[in-house]
Design a protein around this ligand. Structure first.
Ligand code: NDP
Length: 332
């Protein structure tokens, strides 16, 4: 794979200009370009510039509103709804997080339900933003079906990611962010593009047999959930929280509605915040630090989120797939 070094500010400019050229206004382009740049900065390559052609396709097909103005309303004292105005999810999240932080910091618990948005990004952006305010963050979203429930050979679930962030005073938060499939479809697509195999059993080919060929999974095959029926139960929970509770589309409904332009389908997101200060009490941080010390005393353990935070310390250019770079440049 050929790569080209690109500074972070150039990555931002590239994303921003591509989005502006295809119908985003400043507010929408800034929100998405920031998310894309942070993904590249942290080494979340499958959710960085790789997503720009899809973002653009969905602007061009008019599926996504590039001039969205999401609005925030309180459903109850603790529950906020952001109506996403059919824009990209980072815009709605930017609008909703300040109210979620405010309500959770006052009442200990808050939820944010996001509707009518198009999510094409990693979820750690939103949970980590909560942890930076000393709150615990949990977020999940459904997507179009590409994952078979345990026992099935046909897709019903999306890759349905879930993220959890735990705040740490004077340290980077502990954050996990994972698809409930064996792999995220973005990673499978990157592996197919780069000619790499994936672990055997990541998914089934279109005949229903287990395979290690990412292109067979991405083209007519199906992913499996992690941990067999246990991951399947979590994927089901995510459908129920981010569609059933939020009041937006289940993965199978998103597929029925989507125009398959290569960009993100419409859907909702469930975000929950908890205040350890208000719920656990004043020594919550010291108590959790003792637990992390125990974890890290075991050989071979690292805390989730650490890889990204280490990447973040590197202020230098990022190596971008040259074909992708040329493709995005040709779209501007
Ligand atoms: P990974 O399997 O790469 O990583 C999952 C989590 O495990 C990360 O938090 C990672 O932390 C952590 N981790 C990995 N290895 C270790 C280890 N040895 N010890 C401790 N922790 C570890 O993620 P996925 O491929 O499942 O998902 C990738 C991304 O795709 C996610 O950001 C997800 O939000 C996104 N996604 C988005 C969708 C959407 O619709 N918007 C759909 C599906 C996925 P670290 O980062 O530090 O490595």
């Amino acid at each position: 794979m050929n790569t080209t070094p690109l500074e972070l500010n150039k990555i931002y400019d590239l994303a921003y200009n591509a989005l502006k050229k295809h119908g985003c206004d400043d507010f929408n382009a800034e929100s998405v370009a920031t998310t894309v740049t942070h993904a590249e900065r942290d080494g979340s390559v499958s959710h960085g510039l790789f997503r720009i052609p899809g973002y653009i396709a969905s602007l061009e097909s008019k599926k996504v509103n590039g001039v969205s103005r999401p609005s925030s309303t309180y459903l109850t004292q603790n529950a906020i709804r952001v109506e996403g105005d059919y824009g990209f999810a980072p815009v709605a999240i930017k609008v909703g997080l300040p109210d979620l932080i405010k309500t959770t910091s006052s009442h200990g618990v808050g939820i944010l339900t996001i509707t009518n948005t198009h999510h094409f990004a990693a979820l750690w952006h939103e949970t980590e933003a909560l942890a930076e305010k000393n709150l615990i963050g949990i977020a999940c979203t459904a997507y179009k079906p590409s994952v078979a429930p345990a026992g099935a050979k046909k897709p019903l679930f999306g890759t349905n990611p879930i993220s959890f962030a735990w705040p740490r005073k004077n340290n980077t938060p502990v954050v996990y962010d994972m698809a409930t499939s064996t792999m995220a479809m973005g990673e499978v697509q990157v592996a197919a593009r780069d000619g790499h195999k994936v672990p055997f059993g990541t998914g089934l080919n279109k005949e229903g047999n287990k395979t290690d060929d990412p292109s067979q999974i991405a083209n007519g095959g199906v992913l499996l959930t992690f941990g067999d029926y246990k991951g399947s139960a979590i994927a089901m929970m995510i459908e129920l929280l981010s569609a059933g509770l939020v009041g937006d589309l289940f993965s199978f409904e998103a597929k029925e509605e989507d125009n398959n332009d290569g960009g993100p389908a419409r859907g909702g997101e469930f975000i929950m915040a908890l205040s350890p200060e208000l719920i656990a009490g004043k020594d919550w941080n010291e108590h959790a630090e003792k637990f992390f010390t125990q974890m890290l005393s075991l050989d071979g353990v690292r805390l989730p989120g650490q890889r990204r935070h280490n990447n973040r310390n590197d202020k230098g250019p990022r190596e971008i797939n040259t074909n992708l770079l040329e493709k995005i440049k040709s779209l501007i």
